[in-house]
Design a protein around this ligand. Structure first.
Ligand code: SF4
Length: 251
């Protein structure tokens, strides 16, 4: 996308600023696509199904073009703030410090629990695959079960990614004694909580339909519920974090 077009599009009033920062990236199911700049860019850039195919070379070429244009705009914006991105230097010490923070966030109890959930889902699905599809057919409610599975799969890795991001942000906020609100870490924790809530609901749908192995499902729900509570405790302001567009009033 050309820079002028990108600028013009970004200036449109219909877009909610920063709406994509705390969403779940599930654009196919998003109720606010018409208010999202990210979505509009991708629609304009990849209008036909072939171009949307991730394996299509055109996809990557267009993506790099957009990235290059966006970086130029970013540089222009930074200059206005007196920052020259070309001369910004990262010392080895800075890199080591960032790596240490990443590691600390990944090793945090909450992050480890969220990552554990990824494996729990994988194990359960492997073990119950046949049972699941047989039950889906028998219940003649395949759509509901399929949708529940779709929700579980969508958030399986997403939860851990957002928990780690939240923990990482909190470590930084605490270190820098940053008391400014709203905090980005609360926003990440909020979307992780939303994903956990939805996953619990999806597991409950599965629990409703399956005739065998219900205990395993209850264990997973209990695990997610504990993770939810621990996250709420660690991020007491997360639930009240207002995500642009999703939690705020939209015109
Ligand atoms: S706000 Fe909605 S449309 Fe925009 S990136 Fe997030 S999920 Fe996709």
């Amino acid at each position: 996308m050309k820079r002028d077009r990108l600028k013009k599009l970004a200036a449109e009033k219909r877009f909610i600023s920063g709406i994509y920062n705390y969403c779940d990236r599930w654009c196919e199911r998003c109720p606010l696509t018409s208010r999202c700049l990210n979505f509009s860019i991708s629609q304009e850039e990849f209008p036909d199904p072939e171009a949307q195919d991730i394996r299509n070379k055109a996809f990557w070429n267009k993506l790099s073009e957009t990235l290059a244009e966006s970086l130029e705009l970013l540089k222009e914006g930074a200059k206005k703030w007196g920052i020259d991105l070309d001369t910004l230097e990262f010392t080895e010490e800075d890199t080591e410090r960032l790596k240490a923070k990443d590691k600390a966030a990944e090793n945090h109890l909450l992050s480890r629990a969220a990552k554990r959930y990824v494996g729990i889902v994988e194990d359960w699905l492997k073990e119950k695959e046949t049972l699941f599809f047989e039950t889906a057919a028998a219940a003649r409610e395949g759509v509901n079960l399929e949708e529940a599975l779709e929700v579980i799969r969508w958030y399986q890795y997403f939860i851990a990614a957002k928990v780690i991001r939240a923990v990482r942000g909190k470590v930084e906020d605490d270190e820098e004694r940053d008391d400014e609100f709203p905090r980005d870490s609360d926003g990440s924790a909020k979307i992780a909580l939303v994903a956990i809530d939805r996953s619990i609901a999806a597991w409950a749908v599965i629990r409703h339909y399956i005739t065998g192995g219900a205990e395993g499902v209850m264990d997973i729900i209990a695990f997610l519920d504990s993770l939810r509570q621990a996250l709420e405790k660690a991020f007491p302001n997360a639930r009240s974090f207002i995500r642009p567009g999703f939690d705020s009033m939209t015109k």
